[in-house]
Design a protein around this ligand. Structure first.
Ligand code: ADP
Ligand code: GLC
Length: 484
């Protein structure tokens, strides 16, 4: 198959969260399965530092507010040449310090930025005589490409027969903009209706993908069901209920070449399920790195965007009580300034127990996955989550809320089931501080039982959530779209 994928981030070029891991990995696996995949991304500032060489290609003219705009194109490849890359270069929009905003505030012209990205992809990735079989777009930033395919480009020979798959990584982010911005989309006003892109008097870019795609998916089966309910659908549950026959769940896979404690070059020592001794060294080194006493106490790790989604408020609530116990915690996160302040204050009060790093640091993320004993993810909702998958592979027992992909990937420990059960972590249901605290207390009690704990670690390390498996499931969805 000939697949054109577009997204707003992908490792190793640009990343704010799990979307980048998935989009940086999936096309390479699809290419390994024998498919022709091209990936299109915005050309952000700072991309120069990535281990990818970009070359200038002929510019394209993109329809823009009744006129045309010349947009730069740079090309390169991912996966050792396996996946050709098209980067859309328009510095007034993309050469900024952030991808979507700065200091917790979105850029006010995000609609224009991603309109231009999607429209430029439609122009730059035309291959005369060879329309892609599938256009695969991710999240609200790329959703307009699907809408363009089905409207403005419907009769364009360069796109004839192309089917669209749209992947929802997080329905909490929809791209809402005032109606005054709608003209910039270039779409006819007939698209601005409640059945299409209108949403309570605003433009909703995500809906462009939801209503126009041939097939929809989200990143776990449980989340695919959850988003059809008012509790999780963020107002779009009705739209998804209508399309439920076209909506699937594909649990994210991870790249075990990058996330593997037996080979990870970011770690001071390496280890495997067969020989766990290196993990102790990783823990000591992590304690030293984040300036916690290098003692034999349970060390709880967390790596997260600091957003409401992630249950940070629950953590802040229980931390004073948790830190009365003989435990340590290390948090790596960036995002909402109010959570940053709260965490920094708590850490100043408990410097021997709580280390907080309010930055984005890929290497430290690896060392926390390896050095911690437990990994905390009390998300209010979680479409899939990758950190619990990394934690499982690193023998760092996840403590999660049973929602979305967390419910699909972690088997919670039950106190009444003896050794040998299938448990790989700890789970709780109600998003309440007391429930989180009692789950952590249970985990800390089991931690003292070395045999039981090692069983949990080893079972987790043996789980297989590979990106090879998820890539095959995406191929099935592409085939389904082509068979329509
Ligand atoms: P989400 O995409 O909702 O943020 P995921 O669990 O799917 O959640 O993916 C998060 C990804 O971002 C993981 O690869 C994680 O290691 C990484 N990450 C999040 N915050 C940081 C940070 N402060 N520093 C380094 N990596 C981070
Ligand atoms: C989103 C979700 C996360 C998911 C990631 C990759 O950011 O919040 O749960 O793992 O996308 O699909």
């Amino acid at each position: 198959m000939n697949i054109l994928m577009l997204a707003s981030e992908a490792v190793p070029l640009a990343k704010t969260g799990g979307l980048a891991d998935v989009v940086g990995t999936l096309p390479i696996e699809l290419a390994r399965l024998g498919h022709d995949v091209r990936l299109a991304l915005p050309r952000y500032a700072g991309i120069e530092a990535a281990p990818v060489t970009l070359k200038k290609a002929p510019a394209v003219r993109v329809p823009w507010r009744g006129d045309q705009l010349e947009v730069g194109i740079e090309t390169g490849a991912l996966g050792g040449g396996a996946v050709p890359l098209t980067c859309i270069r328009y510095d007034p929009f993309f050469a900024r310090p952030g991808l979507y905003g700065e200091d917790g505030r979105d850029y006010p012209d995000n609609l224009e930025r991603f309109v231009l990205f999607c429209r430029a992809v439609m122009e730059a990735c035309k291959q005369p005589g060879r329309p892609p079989d599938v256009l695969h777009a991710h999240d609200w930033q790329s959703a307009l490409a699907v809408a363009y395919l089905k409207t403005l480009y419907r009769n364009d020979p360069a796109w004839v027969g192309t089917r669209a798959l749209f992947t929802i990584h997080n329905i909490g982010y929809q791209g809402h903009f005032p109606v005054s911005a709608y003209d910039a989309t270039g779409l006819p006003w007939s698209e601005y209706t409640p059945e299409r892109l209108e949403y309570y008097g605003q433009v909703n870019l995500l809906k462009g993908g939801l209503v126009h795609a041939d097939i929809l998916n989200t990143v776990s089966p449980t989340y695919a069901r959850e988003i059809q309910t008012a509790e999780f659908g963020y107002g779009l549950e009705g739209v998804l209920q209508v399309r439920k026959d076209r909506l699937f769940g594909v649990t994210n896979g991870i790249d075990y070449n990058v996330w593997n404690p037996a080979t990870d070059s970011h770690l001071p020592a390496r280890y495997s399920a067969a020989d766990l001794s290196g993990k102790r060294e990783c823990k000591r080194a992590l304690q030293t790195e984040v300036k916690l006493p290098a003692r034999d106490v349970p060390l709880v790790g967390m790596v997260s965007r600091l957003a409401f989604q992630k249950g940070i408020d629950l953590i802040v609530d229980i931390l004073p009580r948790l830190l009365e116990l003989d435990v340590q915690m290390v948090v790596l996160g960036s995002g909402d300034p109010s959570y940053q302040t709260l965490l920094a204050e708590l850490s100043a009060r408990h410097p021997d127990k709580l280390a907080v790093r309010l930055v984005f640091d890929e290497r430290l993320a690896h060392r926390i996955e390896a050095g911690a004993d437990l990994f905390l993810m009390p998300s209010r909702y979680e479409p899939c989550g990758l950190n619990q998958l990394y934690s499982l592979r690193y023998g760092t027992v996840p403590v999660v809320r049973k929602t979305g992909g967390l419910a699909d990937t972690v088997v919670p420990y039950a106190p009444d089931v003896r050794l040998g059960a299938a448990a790989t972590g700890f789970g709780f249901e109600k998003p309440e501080p007391e429930v989180l605290l009692s789950t952590l207390l249970l985990a800390l009690r089991v931690y003292r039982d070395k045999e039981e704990w090692t069983g949990l670690m080893r079972r987790g390390m043996q789980q297989d959530f590979s990106c090879q498996r998820s890539a095959r499931q995406y191929v099935e969805l592409y085939q389904r779209a082509l068979a329509l």
